[in-house]
Design a protein. Structure first.
Length: 97
């Protein structure tokens, strides 16, 4: 199965305003939904931090080359997921202001 395309990232911004494309101040979500999503994003970040710490510790061990490749994939994916989580929290924070 091919790796997912990174072109679906929310990291694209509208020209000149630094706001992620497709996100505006109009049509804000209900505060209760925002709080629930922010809580979930926070919990996701905590879980990702555990994965990143465990992969760091694994990298300190003597690993076979094939295992280093797998570990690198886990490290890259966890960094990507942490970035996505940060972007989600930024969008949600902007929605609650």
């Amino acid at each position: 199965m091919p790796a997912p395309s990174k072109s679906h990232s929310v990291n694209k911004t509208s020209p000149g305003d630094g706001v992620p494309a497709g996100v505006s101040g109009e049509g804000k979500m209900p505060l209760t939904v925002n709080k629930q999503l922010r809580s979930l994003a926070h919990d996701l970040s905590n879980s990702l931090e555990t994965i990143m710490q465990a992969s760091y510790l694994l990298a300190q061990a003597e690993l076979k080359e094939a295992d280093k490749k797998w570990l690198g994939m886990v490290e890259n994916a966890s960094r990507d997921a942490a970035r996505i989580s940060r972007e989600m929290r930024e969008i949600l924070r902007g929605q609650s202001e």
